[in-house]
Design a protein around this ligand. Structure first.
Ligand SMILES: Cc1cc2nc3c(=O)[nH]c(=O)nc-3n(C[C@H](O)[C@H](O)[C@H](O)COP(=O)(O)OP(=O)(O)OC[C@H]3O[C@@H](n4cnc5c(N)ncnc54)[C@H](O)[C@@H]3O)c2cc1C
Length: 823
């Protein structure tokens, strides 16, 4: 078949993802779409997938909605296209074999139920009835979704391709894309051996080849193929197609019927990356010779759960490659490097069961210019370019596949590929017994062990771990004394130029181009008035600005600026690694800082939000009076080469003021008591700035307006809000919250905890939840006050209090007035 010379969108790759993207583009009315598949449809990974169709299991709303949508789609495609998908809703059971998993699945079940998944907790007896071949005497419970089950991945792909064609898209097999053509920083088309296609958009859905193809256009897609296994037994009497799917992560296995025998799928704890150098271009409908020796212990354990699988013969022991990403989330969205270059790849073994949702999201993102789901956790720009290096991929992938079946303890950090980025203070923090976790590749100090104690986690759990008291001490020190926090991982940018102020002001919902020497907390919105970034902008002088965002937002914020500054006299430089950030926070912070600088830090000379260069030892540092913990405090930006000197000066002087090091755990509990937002955790790209409770930071009347202003005005005009981000405090000091706990008003679920911590000052677990008033009326404090609130913590309903204003220091006096005046 020939190819057209021009198309609005070229989709590269004919697996489940590419066909789903093409289908959904056509369904949205964009029919000028060409899908190019190098070989035949499904030739990559899709043809050999096990086809589990599971909606249970994720604490992410985005993933759960995608799963639900996908299952519904696969259920209706046959009627639409005449091509069956093989969907068999035989049921799915996840079993819990130990107390930690039971806790996890109960938490997940409550959240999934809130999202509309029909999940039931069942006992070992019921598991046995549903899946008689399983050993159940050592199981604690099962989590059963009757509507889940399995599909045939090849049939799904064919149905999507047929649906795309029926709606007007073109699907071409046997034509590889050899290059994506880029002109002026934007997609111009694709090159193939049979000619070029001019195009406005491409979507790279090339599966495990996506990284290699991206590299050719300078687009980083850090995914890596890995070996992925299942075994199929000879027929087993009594096994038929009505058997539900069973999954026992503790035994590394899942089980379903196949050819009247059983398929035993495996997720081994440590896996093997495949072809770290380059995935062979010619690999199609290929398999990998299985490594029996490496897999034997896992296989043994998996077979022990369903003993009959070890008693009958093995028909096939299959190994095929699948793509894994550094954080086990897919790589989706517009690449920051090239405009209109979209990616949808890196599906981490759930490409079939999320494929419909991924395709819908990408198509909608392209057609409307922005996604309508929270993409902060899946956006290609959350990942860093260094994560594409062979050494990083080789190291991290060993761990990622196994993490699928690990117990997902809160705050669990990957342990491979660590030490990729070190703060200039790293060695000093090691000496202070910091316990580190991975913070976008940086080693971030999470908490500090006291003198004489080794910084290690004794046992991961959902309860109070050994470091709980150390964390509490850090938290209290920030509230009562003074702490030092190394925040060097924060993303920092210098923006310069005649138009810098005007350009930043146009991006910012707040007024950031006022007097020099002032920091402004602001959001950057899209045209829909929802939040793209949450950051601070400090005006240093008329044509120099200092922009600081969180670690995960680095590439998003950078590309937003690069795009907004095009054609203007404004340029941005990423100086993240060149500057350390040391926060000195707490009521005694002014005393401490005054003892090491000649600068006048009095309220009159250095008010809240002031930003000045001050001397500190031999260094000149940018000192900003601002806080993310709710106390009097300062952020110090120090040239990397002077960071040690400044740190040594601060810690030496700090002894007299009881200075304590504080880590990210304390940062999180302190900010949560104060209700300070954290983008990507409790606010995201789907939240209007008003619903997020950030209207105070929006300057609706500033001259020139800002991106998203019309949408904010329209939202305001539409009347009072019925959906608002609300602080939730458990009144029982014992239970802990992390994320996903469902919040109920008079027993009715009205939202869930997006992020949580422990409020040592407030005396209980505290979080932020986006609550929705079911009757659509105004969600105000009286609606919060006049009801009984509970939070579902792993199946237990815990009483709670809800507040729109922060429960800690609601009048916001401490950052502005507290603290002792310098002597
Ligand atoms: C053993 C195993 C079991 C699995 N079980 C399940 C399961 O039960 N449930 C589930 O949800 N997922 C499962 N998966 C994962 C699932 O198979 C994948 O996530 C999914 O198939 C990925 O789809 P894709 O479209 O991204 O990639 P692919 O299917 O690999 O499609 C990419 C396509 O791009 C083509 N291509 C590459 N480069 C080019 C180019 N330059 N030009 C044109 N075409 C190109 C390739 O030929 C290929 O057809 C399993 C995976 C494995 C290996």
């Amino acid at each position: 078949m020939g190819i057209p010379e021009r198309a609005r969108v070229v989709v590269i790759g004919g697996g489940v993802i590419g066909t789903s993207v093409a289908y959904h583009l056509a369904a949205l009315g964009w029919t000028d779409v060409v899908l190019l598949e190098r070989d035949r449809l499904t030739a990559g990974t899709t043809w050999h997938a096990a086809g589990l169709m599971v909606t249970f299991g994720s604490l992410s709303e985005t993933s759960t909605e995608m799963r639900k949508y996908t299952r519904d789609l696969y259920g209706r495609l046959e009627a639409e296209t005449g091509q069956a998908t093989g969907l068999k809703q035989v049921g799915f059971i996840e079993v819990a074999a130990d107390a930690d998993r039971l806790e996890e699945y109960r938490r997940v079940a409550a959240f999934n139920r809130y999202c509309g998944v029909d999940v039931h907790e069942i006992g070992p007896g019921e598991i046995k009835e549903l899946f008689p071949f399983a050993r159940t005497d050592d199981l604690l419970a099962g989590f059963y979704v009757p509507q889940d089950g399995r599909v045939n991945p090849v049939d799904v792909t064919m149905a999507l391709a047929k649906g795309a064609r029926l709606r007007g898209a073109t699907v071409v097999e046997g034509v590889p894309v050899t290059d994506v053509l880029v002109r002026g920083g934007a997609v111009a088309g694709v090159r193939t051996p049979v000619g070029d296609i001019e195009a406005e958009y491409v979507v790279n859905c090339a599966g495990m080849w996506a990284r290699q193809l991206g590299e050719r256009s300078g687009v980083s897609i850090p995914l890596q193929a890995a070996e992925h296994y299942y075994l199929i037994t000879e027929p087993i009497p009594g096994v038929d197609g009505s058997l539900p799917v069973l999954e026992d992560p503790a035994s590394y296995g899942y089980y379903r019927e196949e050819g009247a025998g059983l398929m035993v799928g495996l997720f081994e704890a440590e896996c093997a990356p495949w072809h770290v150098d380059r995935v062979p271009e010619s690999f199609a409908f290929g398999t990998i010779p299985p490594d029996w020796d490496r897999m034997a212990p896992y296989l043994e354990k998996a077979m022990a759960r369903v003993p009959v699988t070890g008693e009958v013969g093995v028909k096939t022991f299959f190994c095929g490659p699948e793509s894994f990403t550094p954080d086990l989330s897919p790589v989706v969205g517009e690449a920051p490097e090239v405009r209109n270059y979209f990616v949808a790849a890196g599906l981490n073994s759930i490409g079939i069961l999320t494929g419909g949702g991924i395709g819908r999201a990408v198509a909608q993102w392209i057609v409307d210019g922005r996604p309508d789901i929270d993409v902060t956790g899946i956006h290609v720009d959350r990942l860093e370019r260094y994560q594409s290096t062979p050494e990083y991929r080789a190291a991290r992938t060993v761990e990622s596949l196994g993490k699928v079946y690990a117990t997902h303890f809160p705050g669990l950090s990957m342990r491979t590929a660590r030490g990729a980025k070190l703060s200039p203070l790293h060695a000093r923090l090691v000496a202070q017994r910091a316990y580190f976790r991975d913070v976008s590749g940086w080693e971030g100090a999470d908490w500090y062990a006291p003198e004489g104690v080794e910084p290690r986690v004794e046992r991961l759990s959902w309860g109070r771990q050994n470091w709980f008291p150390y964390w509490e001490a850090e938290h209290r020190a920030a509230r009562e004394g003074v702490v030092l926090m190394d925040m060097s991982f924060m993303s920092k940018f210098i923006v310069t130029g005649r138009d810098a102020g005007a350009a930043l002001d146009r991006l910012s919902a707040g007024a950031v181009d006022g007097p020099a020497g002032v920091i402004t907390y602001t959001q950057w919105l899209n045209e829909g008035g929802t939040i793209e970034a949450d950051l601070t902008v400090t005006k240093l002088d008329d044509d120099r600005f200092w922009v600081v965002a969180s670690d995960t937002a680095r590439r998003h914020v950078l590309s937003m600026m690069e795009r907004a500054f095009a054609g203007r006299h404004a340029s941005v430089t990423d100086v993240t690694g060149g500057w350390a950030q040391i926060n000195i926070q707490g009521p005694r912070s002014r005393e401490l800082l005054s003892s090491v600088t000649s600068a006048d830090l009095s309220d009159a000379a250095f008010p809240f939000r002031a930003a000045r260069e001050i001397d500190l030892g031999y260094a000149g540092v940018l000192c900003v009076r601002i806080t993310y913990v709710g106390e009097l405090g300062y952020e110090l930006y120090v040239p990397a080469e002077q960071a040690i000197g400044v740190y040594d000066r601060l810690t030496a002087a700090g002894a007299a003021f009881g200075l304590r090091h504080a880590g990210l755990k304390a940062l999180s509990s302190l900010r949560m008591e104060k209700g300070y937002r954290d983008y990507g955790h409790d606010i995201d790209n789907t939240d209007s700035v008003l619903e997020a409770g950030l209207g105070f930071a929006v300057a609706l009347d500033k001259p020139g307006g800002f991106v998203g202003r019309d949408a904010v005005l329209a939202r305001k005009a539409a009347g009072p809000l019925h959906r608002r981000l609300t602080q939730v405090l458990l009144t029982d000091p014992d239970p802990l919250m992390f994320h996903g706990e469902v919040v109920r008003r008079d027993g009715v679920p009205v939202g869930y905890i997006r992020a949580a911590s422990y409020g040592f000052t407030l005396g209980g677990a505290v979080g932020l939840a986006m609550l929705t008033r079911p009757d659509g009326a105004t969600l105000d404090q009286s609606w919060l006050d006049n009801a009984d609130w509970t939070v579902d913590v792993a199946g237990r309903l815990i009483p709670a209090r809800c507040s729109l204003r922060p429960l800690y220091d609601p009048t916001n006096t401490r950052p502005r007035t507290e603290g002792r005046a310098p002597s």
